[in-house]
Design a binder for this molecule. Structure first.
Ligand code: GLN
Length: 475
């Protein structure tokens, strides 16, 4: 029943060798047998089957199948599906039900995708290990003592464990790419504005993007093609025309490809296995006719600092709406209005979310705004210039997705700074808003997945996925 690609599943569905219902039943059974992995927060047992049966009827009645006909998908639990629970893996939204659909969800539905359920994540997408979930950890599918990455840890584990064919995640600083790297799958964060954020619960609005987690680049491109495009409900969604990604991917040659290799992406501290595997792949590409260009991206060491100032500032403002009055959890212990706000937030938010609200409030406060927030905005601008300049000289910038392979559960929970460093290579593309992907490189000496990270210029998703596909195919 497992298909290695959607194309394969689709041809079996359209030739009626199998039914949508049988496929969905198979996935739901698998989800049930993997319950202890905690990958899904909510499973749509009934509605998924109902939907599958409706699709089967549509086909037998001669209806035209959509582009994603019968594709079994998982949705990160910070993306709204009308009438479904939307928790953001937070106690504060534990029983909250969405009253509308995200634009991304509507577009998938219009093309006949099937939603199996909502996946576990770090609370409000803040984290790199899925350990900040109010609903518990998710083990890495390749080593249950380790983390799957975060914050889209549930989505990555679902795809890697065969509990969904494709999953949506969200990526603010690496939350699609880093877990994809940790789970041996493809994770794409498109250009900022490529996919509507309407219905994605905001963490840091000028960084947040919905992204796609899939087993291969073709599936990712297909789903991106459905999701991409302007949306009147998101003022930051782009008017840039949507490309034919499959066609663009087919035109990317390895021969003559200029791959920028920044020395800053290979620091002394880089895990030796990760370094060896990424460099090995780069040499292979060179042997196939690509040109490796040494580049330098000065000031890369400020990426993490600038990122955590800017996203905490935005988060402190975005999360103000969770006040016990308008959404979700309300404390029962409060005696007056002020205490109701304070207690609801104190009891409803987890540790990391509170840390970020405090940090963000601090960097925006009157005395510190210029020193921290304004400075970080200036750094963001410098990064944009540097990456633009670099991509005038090369087609793509390559490096590792993460400085280390999946780490042990609990290893970094007491040291937030170390946890933040997990994003050191994914954060720059988020700061500049360029598209980036993590593509699997295989397994290290401990049999843990390692990913390679690629960044292209704005709206070059087709080219980006074309290069990624070469890398994945040559494995
Ligand atoms: N790990 C990063 C953070 O905690 C990225 C999160 C994300 O991309 N949503 O901010």
């Amino acid at each position: 029943m497992q298909s290695s690609s959607y194309e394969d599943l689709r041809s079996r569905l359209l030739s009626r060798a199998i039914t949508c219902e049988a496929v969905v039943r198979y996935y739901l059974d698998r989800i049930e047998s993997h319950r202890s992995d905690n990958i899904y927060i909510t499973v749509f047992h009934e509605s998924a089957l109902e939907r599958a049966r409706a699709l089967d009827r549509k086909l037998s009645e001669g209806g035209t199948p959509g582009k994603l006909f019968g594709m079994p998908m998982a949705i990160k639990d910070n993306i709204a599906i009308k009438g479904g629970r939307l928790t953001c893996a937070s106690k504060i939204l534990e029983n909250y039900e969405s009253v509308y659909d995200a634009t991304a969800v509507l577009r998938l539905e219009q093309e006949d995708a099937v939603f199996l359920g909502k996946t576990n994540m770090d609370e409000f997408a803040m984290g790199s290990s899925n350990e900040n979930s109010a609903f518990g950890n998710v083990p890495n599918p390749f080593d249950k003592t380790r983390v799957p990455g975060g914050s889209s840890g549930g989505s990555a584990a679902a795809v890697a464990s065969g509990l969904a064919m494709v999953a949506l995640g969200s990526d603010t600083g690496g939350s699609v790419r880093q877990p994809a790297g940790f789970c041996d799958i493809v994770g794409l964060k498109p250009t900022y504005g490529r996919i509507s954020r309407y219905g994605l619960v905001a963490f840091a609005s000028s960084f947040d993007q919905i992204g796609v987690l899939a087993r291969n680049c073709d599936d990712a491109a297909l789903v991106l093609g459905v999701l991409a495009g302007n949306d009147g409900r998101d003022a930051t969604s782009s008017l840039h025309p949507v490309a034919d990604y499959a066609a663009e991917m087919a035109t990317v040659p390895v021969e003559g490809l200029k791959i920028g290799v920044p020395k800053e992406y290979f620091p002394e501290s880089l895990n030796p296995d990760v370094s060896r595997m990424v460099k090995g792949k780069l040499s292979e590409l060179r042997d196939q006719g690509a040109e490796l260009v040494s580049i330098t991206l000065p000031d890369s060491e400020y990426a993490i600092a600038a990122y955590y100032i800017l996203v905490t500032a935005e988060a402190s403002s975005n999360l103000a709406r969770f006040d016990g009055a308008r959404y979700g959890y309300r404390s029962e212990t409060a005696e007056d209005l002020a205490a109701m706000y304070v207690n609801s937030r104190t009891e409803g938010f987890g540790r990391e979310v509170k840390r970020r609200i405090m940090l963000g409030t601090y960097v925006l406060s009157a005395g510190y705004y210029d020193t921290y927030y304004k400075k970080a905005q200036q750094v963001r601008r410098v990064f944009q210039d540097r990456y633009r300049e670099a991509l005038e000289k090369v087609d793509v910038i390559a490096g590792p997705t993460s400085p280390f392979p999946p780490f042990g559960i609990g290893d970094k929970t007491e040291n937030p700074l170390e946890m933040y460093l997990a994003d050191v290579f994914t954060v720059p593309a988020s700061i500049v808003g360029m598209p980036a992907v993590s593509v699997p490189l295989g397994f290290d000496s401990l049999n843990l997945p390692v990913g390679m990270h690629l960044i292209c210029n704005f709206f070059e998703e087709g080219k980006l996925l074309g290069i990624a596909r070469h890398i994945q195919r040559s494995l």
